[in-house]
Design a protein around this ligand. Structure first.
Ligand code: SAH
Ligand code: SF4
Ligand code: F3S
Length: 433
């Protein structure tokens, strides 16, 4: 019987996609994937270090594996991702039953280690990593993630990513083109281009190819019906990109544009490189050029020094802009980042109050927006049966909203027109027309 692996993934889309690469490598090495952690001969935890909560979750997960390893000394435990990169050797000391540790730039090492090495670690810089083609075992068959760049150079004062993912590097356009073409040939209909800051794509390339150019090149690929991308940094969102989004029909009418805060003082302390005025201007341009565009965002409350007045600016921004959806977080102190040294840290209770207020406000706004779609006919790319409501099929609108409807299994992978009947808080219910 072939050996089995199980992967547990925390964190952002890059990590989700990295796990697909880890699964690709293990499958190529003859392992089979299992959903049941107890059946696994290899367990990989792909970690996230973005907030303290994510870190704690990982430690409690890892703690539970100790017993399993005692019962089955052959079990291999690997720690990957952003905590692996930041903590390194320390993890071996605290958790001696861990076998392998590797960071996001060293996923390929697993291939050499898996059947030969007892214990190994790889955290070194890997400047060639973005040129590698790793096997990928993808989760779905309709839409796929594609990395277009790695790392981040922005050093926002609160953020660990530049320390865990290294310097920004863009993949050559021809490699991305080849991958997307291959996906189209396999029947994928949608791609999401991934990078911490996709708008600055191409900076280190000799190809004279920027992000809008890349969209245009990929747009030519037959079979791909929809193109998405995350994440966009407001400071690098160019007029050219807005024009190309408007003119390229496959590029979906949705942008995730993290605002983080509404106060200029806080934005400066965060080192974000824009003011609320700049941000609002970009939103206005996007909405003018691309009617119906959905705009989603990330917000941090309780950044060091955030006063009540600053927080009110964030509330005002959310009301003024009316986002389609937000991810809101309490500021979480990350060792090694600049924000740790800032004065006037906000107490936990205030942070919680601010978060609750923002979430309540946004629930209303999102619901109102969804409500506005009732009666409209929208194009849905069908992904398959709904996991939460297995009687229905599920898919997303071009604006990235979830739509559930009664349909057939055969609709999977198809674009279907759906009339929205009822808006719910987190999804839409519709009927085929
Ligand atoms: N590269 C993307 C997102 C990276 S992390 C960007 O530039 O927006 C995703 C989100 O996590 C961030 O947008 C931010 O809102 C949040 N985040 C990052 N560090 C955080 C911290 N220390 N505390 C709370 N939230 C944080
Ligand atoms: Fe973090 Fe800022 Fe880079 Fe996003 S742009 S990954 S928030 S440093
Ligand atoms: Fe987390 Fe690393 Fe992504 S810290 S959010 S997994 S880049």
């Amino acid at each position: 019987m072939s050996k089995r692996f199980h992967i547990r993934t925390f964190g952002c889309q890059m990590n989700v996609h990295d796990s697909e690469k880890i699964a690709g490598i293990l499958s190529e090495s003859g392992y089979m994937e299992t959903d049941n952690i107890r059946d696994a001969d290899v367990i990989v935890i792909n970690t996230c270090n973005i907030r303290q909560k994510a870190e704690q979750k990982f430690y409690s997960d890892l703690g539970r594996l100790k017993r399993m390893k005692q019962h089955r000394p052959d079990l291999r435990i690997a720690v990957a991702g952003c905590i692996a990169q930041q903590k390194g050797e320390e993890l071996f000391k605290r958790f001696p039953y861990v076998d392998y540790i590797f960071g996001p730039d060293n996923i390929d090492k697993l291939r050499e280690w898996i059947d030969t090495r007892a214990q190994a670690i790889a955290l070194e810089e890997n400047p060639e990593y973005h040129l590698n083609e790793l096997p990928v075992k993808r989760v779905g068959q309709v839409k796929a993630w594609v990395s277009i760049m790695y790392g981040c150079d922005n050093f926002c004062a609160y953020c660990v990513v530049p320390y865990t993912r290294g310097r920004e590097r863009s993949r050559p356009g021809r490699d991305i083109y080849r991958e997307v073409k291959g996906l189209a040939e396999k029947g994928y209909r949608e791609v999401t281009l991934l990078g911490q800051n996709v708008n600055s794509y191409g900076k280190n390339l000799n190809e004279n190819l920027d992000f809008p150019d890349l969209l245009k090149v990929l747009h030519e690929i037959e079979g791909i019906e929809r193109i998405r991308f995350v994440t966009s940094h407001p400071k690098d969102l160019s007029d050219k990109l807005i024009e190309y989004m408007r003119d390229l029909p496959k590029v979906c009418e949705h942008i995730h544009l993290p605002i983080q805060a509404g106060s200029d003082r806080v934005l400066r302390l965060m080192n974000r490189g824009y003011t609320y005025g700049h941000y609002k201007e970009k939103v206005d341009k996007l909405r003018k050029a691309i009617p119906g565009i959905a705009i989603t965002t990330d917000v941090i409350v309780g950044f060091p020094g955030e006063t009540e007045e600053d927080f009110r600016c964030t509330v005002k921004a959310l009301k003024e802009i009316g986002f389609d959806g937000i991810f809101a977080f309490k500021y979480s102190e990350r060792p090694g980042t600049k924000a740790v040294e800032l004065p006037d840290h906000v107490d936990e209770e205030t942070k919680s109050q601010r978060l609750t207020e923002i979430l309540a406000l946004q629930e209303e706004i999102t619901y109102r927006k969804n409500k506005g779609l009732e009666g409209e006919v929208v194009e849905v790319l069908v992904e398959g049966r709904s996991e939460t409501d297995p009687e229905k099929m599920t898919g997303r609108t071009r604006t990235n909203k979830i739509v559930n409807f009664y349909g057939d299994e055969e609709d999977t992978g198809r674009l279907v027109d759906i009339k929205i009947i009822e808006a719910k808080q987190h999804s839409l219910y519709g009927e085929k027309v």
